[in-house]
Design a protein around this ligand. Sequence first.
Ligand code: ZN
Length: 161
Amino acid sequence: MALRNILEQGHPSLELVCKPVRRIGDHERQILDDMTETMRNAEGIGLAAPQVGILRRMVVIELGDQLFQLINPVITEAEGDQFEFEGCLSVPGMKGRVHRPQRVKVSALDRDGNPVEYEGEGLLARAFCHELDHLDGIVYNSKCEDYQEVDAEPEEEDEEE
Ligand code: ZN
């Protein structure tokens, strides 16, 4: 595995709509593993392929001991509302509150190309939404409120995705 460079906001890769992955092989699995290592190294809970300059629909999310490596993920159901702080590894030092569904269902392919479905609530739902937004060229701060430096309120949780 290898660490990849995380692009910061302003880089054009973060503003483009990513293409679906059409073939899943060792190359794609290597990218997912590199993204996982890069996310862990940066102490984030999620990372999308365009954040490392790969314009394909792939994301990794890790919460607790649960690691998701998703290819071509799609939100199939969403319900409820939450309005919590988010951060982003591509926008270091900042956070903002975003309206997200409280619960989502996501369909995707796993690293072997098998269809998988997950349900996420609360923070996991936010992570799914945040990372899938990246695949459409959307960074959270284009639609957040209370945008501020992370240090402004040190007691807040600061999850970076
Ligand atoms: Zn992000």
